[in-house]
Design a protein around this ligand. Sequence first.
Ligand code: SAT
Ligand code: MN
Length: 591
Amino acid sequence: MATASPLPKPMSQLSRAVSEWVDSVRELTQPDDVRWCEGTKAERDGLTAELVRSGELLRLDAKEFPDCHLYRSDPADVARVEHLTYICTRSKEDAGPNNNWMDPQAARAKMRELFRGSMRGRTLYVIPYCMGPVDSPLARCGVEITDSAYVAINMLIMTRAGRPALERIAREGTFVRGLHSTGELDPNRRFIMHFPEELAIESFGSGYGGNALLGKKCHALRIASWQARSEGWLAEHMLIVGLRSPRGETHYIAAAFPSACGKTNLAMLIPPESMPGWEVCTVGDDIAWLHPGPDGRLWAINPEAGYFGVVPGTNPETNRNAYNMIRRETLFTNVALTADNRPWWEGLSGGTPVTDWQGRPYDPANGPAAHPNSRFTVSARRNPSCSPLVDDPRGVPISAIVFGGRRREVAPLVYEARDWAHGVLVGASVASETTAAAVGQVGVVRRDPMAMQPFCGYNFADYWRHWLAVGAKLSRPPRIFHVNWFRRDSHNKFLWPGYGENLRVLAWMLERCSGRAAALDGGIGLLPRPEDLNTRGMTLEPQTLRALLAVDVPLWRKEIAETRAYLEQYGERLPAQMIEQLDKTAGALGR
Ligand code: SAT
Ligand code: MN
């Protein structure tokens, strides 16, 4: 006779370290109830149903958008708050000029007072999660405690959360402790604190993505970048995409762009019809963990399991994969609604918004109908171009690293670094026009090295040194490129069509990686000649292509002087190689 299998152990008994931490948080925050998340679909559906009943979530038209919901945030809580985000290391220099710093003891004391009793009348959710495939040696675990069911649902979509993660934590012993409470959403009582030396995060007073889904930017970038330095790898703000050429060769590219610069679109790119035979598969759209492999190559995993993407602009022309992906099982935040309860956003050709993102009758005088930083949360499995290797514990080998910014001028469409060390300088020199993903003025150029300005958990000078050290360990390092899809003409018109056509630029990179494509030394690095780019089937005037590939030497001299002034802020800690590389570029351009 078959014996009944024993009941699984309650989650609260799997790891003593986690349970003790939960008990201490419970004592401090005084929730009415504690719930451990198992990570099942039934559990997520149950949580969703509860929020529909309480009115926090709105069910969308079940015919066109089955299992889709709308969440409206507080109107003053719609983006990351970089000015309230801190790195709390014992030494201020370890955080560096690139971070806000607070003494860890002072920060802990401040947060203790905010968290005291903050969960009264609320439920405390315990979410064990694994960043990366649960059986991957490259993955790392954490536990988020939150009093927001909306945050819990997001984390259940965005990470591999629940029992298997907690079982790994119980085996390994180490995990990142992330404590989050929504508080009263008072911007004066809002802080996102990181304690990299203790692998801990404390976030209070915001329910928005990057501030509250602690597995994402807080853990997978700020804390992980610190862990990565001590363990010899890199945690980067990069998408990972696989490209199979008509020759049948597959290459993986990791690409860093600032928030809301099209990473999700590039990761899910649809080849133009005039480029038959190309296939694209998505490994990740936002974060890459890169490890030197035993074969001397760089191997990447996507620590996330879902996408938290920008909604406006998504349509069948810009990103058909994303457009199809977000038609079911998707959680929308801060989009507008049509009369028949369908989500609506700027950039959709059909439908009419009747209710704006704040739930008011739509009036163009109030600004866009959907918030410019409105988001979708969706499982990566919903992506039609999702790579079969997303769960591969070894990750994928990276052939090319791409840095990019949003620049009206200066940066050409594409150029290649001379070598890894030059590539580190190219990455460190990234500057970009700001977007709506962070609170503050939109459209001003700011320095954003490796697109990590808001996300590097330690001093950039040490980070660049670490990048140089990782490169020195690789016998087959990826080639490093810089792209700019956003260059404009004197009438402020974009010169390059972007989206699927970006494949033409990626194709040149892959030809470079295979040693087949030529390049010209343009002083700033290596550029394709106009005839090296495949422009067959697109309408691009020859003079436009020349303008896209032009290096404006006087502007570049100014750019180099600004980069020098920026790097010099890092003083003694700045690796000498960075200035050597800059001098080399300045020399190549003629002083
Ligand atoms: O808000 S998030 O940090 O999650 C998204 C982004 O800014 O890239
Ligand atoms: Mn991002």
